[in-house]
Write a protein that binds this ligand. Sequence first.
Ligand code: FAD
Ligand code: A2P
Length: 414
Amino acid sequence: MAYSEARVIAGGLAHIPIIIGIFWFVNSYFNKRRNNFEKANNPVKAKPTAKPKVKAVEKPTIKKVENKVSEAKKPENKVSEVKPKSNPPATLSSEIKTVPPKSKENTKIDQKTLNKMKHADVPVNTYRPKTPFTGTVKENYSLLKEGAIGRVNHITFDLSGGDPFLNYVEGQSIGIMAEGEDSNGKPHKLRLYSIASTRHGDNFEGNTVSLCVRQLQYEKDGQTINGVCSTYLCDIKPGDKVKITGPVGKEMLLPDDEEANIVMLATGTGIAPMRAYLRRMFEPSEREKNNWNFKGKAWLFMGAPKSANLLYEEDLQRYLAKYPDNFKYTKAISREQQNTKGGRMYIQDRVTESANELFNMIEDEKTHIYLCGLKGMEPGIDEAMTKAAKEKGLDWSELRTQLRKAGRWHVETY
Ligand code: FAD
Ligand code: A2P
């Protein structure tokens, strides 16, 4: 080999480490970029750069609220996610553990299936609008005292002879089809009403259903307009025949646990399902029949315009006298009492006053909250809960989602 040829070969070989070096540099540059991209778009799948740690359960986090009270309406905008400084209350943290963020989808399905399974035996739609059951009015009387506003009646129907029998449980509703036709000459559509009796009925014989109905009345163009179905119901007489559908609804069912705590937030006729719960809990004949002896705490927040409008008051006072350790009753009488701002006293003001005690209850996983009545109260209740939760360092919108998922937050407003 000539000297010059040998120089060319040696020179070529000398470039190899340089080429390898450039290749390594380019390769590691693109690897780094790819890793960063994956990390940004899919943090779970991104390759760990440090030694991987095996985690059984992702650490729970609580959203701590840092916004001002006046901004409580929009908690989502002003929260920052932090790990709890001290241990969160035992039951809350255990609930959070059951909903780890990585498996949200699975948890959702599991909880849904679980809830469905739990209530699979609750009857629904035994009677539909095309083939309603015809019940007979047994009783229809006013629930109001002298000086009350409006018209609110307790109405009981006899369900005897139904084939199939119209069974129901506490917390469900039935549909009522008012007699007559609408302005298009068609039969009136059904209206839903919360059932106010227990499954045993007011007479404990298991063959009746009761409702608590406020007549809808409003002024339009100088005329008083009466609601179709509520007026029909307030006017019907014992012996009249009424078309009934249902039962429907699984949102407001009571838990099976005798040691559950039941917080009830009701305005006006929103007391209907609560009356059924309270009868089931505290009426001696119910307790005998049920084989379900309530041992928890029941707390009713009741909103009414005047004292004379308080519904089922005598029964509630009887329960209070007999079960002072198990029943608490807080009233908000809007046109007789004032809140701290000098406005009408609403149940959300009472919630704010009792925030600490209420949240101690909510932290217990045996506590269920039921909201029923005016749709308009929902934002007010949310605001009160947001404020109360914040005082405990909790984020209400997040907590409410957890409560709902756990089947502990029940709402039926209209
Ligand atoms: P309608 O003749 O149907 O008139 C209602 C319509 O009037 C409204 O849709 C609106 O368009 C109009 N209207 C109402 N107010 C005004 C106003 N101020 N100004 C102008 N227009 C107005 N009710 C009870 O009394 N007790 C219960 O326990 C109960 N439980 C319910 C449970 C559920 C799940 C639901 C969905 C509703 C419940 N309701 C209850 C409400 C009930 O179903 C009826 O909506 C209510 O009785 C009015 O029906 P109506 O036929 O009398 O009124
Ligand atoms: P008010 O009507 O004085 O404003 P009823 O169904 O018998 O009228 O009772 C409903 C009760 O709920 C009343 O005391 C009523 O007060 C009150 N209420 C009205 N609007 C709200 C609201 N947005 N939040 C809470 N309570 C309300």
